[in-house]
Design a protein around this ligand. Structure first.
Ligand code: SOE
Length: 379
């Protein structure tokens, strides 16, 4: 049967523009879906750069004004891959124009913006999703299955870290191309919205909602040159953030994120301790899930190291033969596959804007707590 084309309009061409474009290109080769993404148009202000990007990935056309892209009748879905301060305006315009939206994380600069975006997509009734891709690492999806099957029993602890080291140099400017994540005006926050947001999304998905948090943040380098102006400006993002919290299911939360952990490039780890079993996962070894089951015979009881590459592991029957692993890029392919399956079935894949708003609420509570040292209720 001929597939239904889904015309994609991509706004932005950075790191995420590449991961998403790659996913649109690959998905139809590995997943048998009713819809087939078509790379219709790519958009950015710099004509030369966006033309180069479009030629590289096979986009049929370019635009240099996102409003022109959103106004086009031949675009079905818009992928928002621009700095966080532009998400809201573009998403609301897309919803008003009846376009589906695939928005890069975090959903918005803060909860208030996120609420406006949720209202807009709900009113327009357009399909929407946020790119929290780590849910779709097969080992993490397997963790979700094991938890939902009740294998861990009552959960006591949820621990997560996201550690990087790329901003330690005092010479690194803030703002502008490639470095907007260091500029609070473009990013909204530092590691909280960029890295902890991933950990929070996974946690809410695996372990349910967080009720309250208490946090501390630090900005280690107080001033940096701004790339756009050449002026030395105060740095107002959080370079590091640590928080504790309580989940609604009674378990305790401990989260840490920093861009100052020398030696760590993207070390996202999580550990969950339950009454009957524990789970551990590490992004640097992403195809493995460590699992300890207290119900095992005591003489052989110990941490199992599951190589999540078998045909009955999540997503893996779409790839190679058992034992051969996949990687980071595939999480985006899985997200597109699930989004398209959701369109066909009418059961939307998550996280939708509404679900991603819950992560935003936790981030806001964390930042508020860090500002005054209080405990904050989430929401
Ligand atoms: C920051 O370095 C970053 O690229 C994040 O923006 C991504 O969301 C994360 O997955 C990897 O690190």
């Amino acid at each position: 049967m001929a597939k239904k084309p889904l015309n994609i309009g991509m706004i932005g061409y950075g790191f995420m523009g590449r991961t998403h474009s790659n996913a649109y290109c690959k998905v139809g080769h590995f997943f048998d879906l009713e819809y087939q993404p078509v790379l219709k148009a790519a958009c950015a202000r710099n004509e030369e750069n966006i033309q180069k990007f479009a030629d590289n990935w096979g986009y049929e056309s370019i635009e240099t004004d996102w409003r022109a892209l959103v106004a086009r009748d031949d675009i079905d879905a818009v992928d928002i891959c621009v700095p966080n301060n532009l998400h809201k305006e573009i998403a609301i315009a897309c919803a008003a124009a009846g376009k589906m939206i695939l928005c890069e994380k975090p959903l918005a600069m803060d909860t208030a913006e996120g609420e406006e975006m949720c209202d807009a997509v709900e009113k327009a009734g357009v399909a929407n999703i946020v790119w929290y891709n780590y849910r779709r690492v097969p080992a993490v999806t397997l963790a979700k299955q094991l938890i939902d099957e009740g294998r861990l029993g009552r959960i006591f602890h949820y621990r997560a870290n996201f550690l990087q080291d790329w901003t330690i140099s005092t010479d690194l400017p803030q703002g502008g191309e490639g470095l907007w994540r260091l500029d609070a005006k473009a990013a909204g926050s530092g590691v909280t919205g960029d890295l902890l947001a991933h950990c929070i999304d996974t946690a809410l998905w695996l372990n349910g909602s967080l009720d309250s948090v208490t946090a501390m943040t630090e900005t280690f380098i107080k001033e940096r040159v701004h790339q756009a102006t050449g002026e030395v400006m105060p740095v107002t993002i959080d370079d590091a953030c640590t928080f504790m919290g309580r989940f609604s299911n009674g378990s305790l939360a401990l989260f840490e994120s920093t861009r100052y952990a020398r030696g760590h490039k993207a070390l996202y780890t999580l550990e969950i301790n339950g009454e009957n079993a524990s789970i551990r996962w590490d992004l640097h070894d992403l195809h493995r899930l460590e699992y300890f089951d207290y119900n095992d015979d005591s003489v052989v009881r110990g941490w199992r190291n599951i190589h999540v590459t078998d045909g009955d592991h999540p997503y893996m029957d779409h790839w190679w033969v058992p034992g051969l692993q996949i990687g980071y890029e595939h999480t985006f392919v899985h997200q597109v596959a699930d989004f398209l399956e959701g369109l066909a079935s009418g059961k939307p894949a998550g996280p939708t804007f509404k679900e991603a708003l819950e992560t935003q609420k936790v981030c806001d509570a964390v930042l508020k707590s860090a500002a005054d040292g209080s405990w904050q209720d989430v929401g």
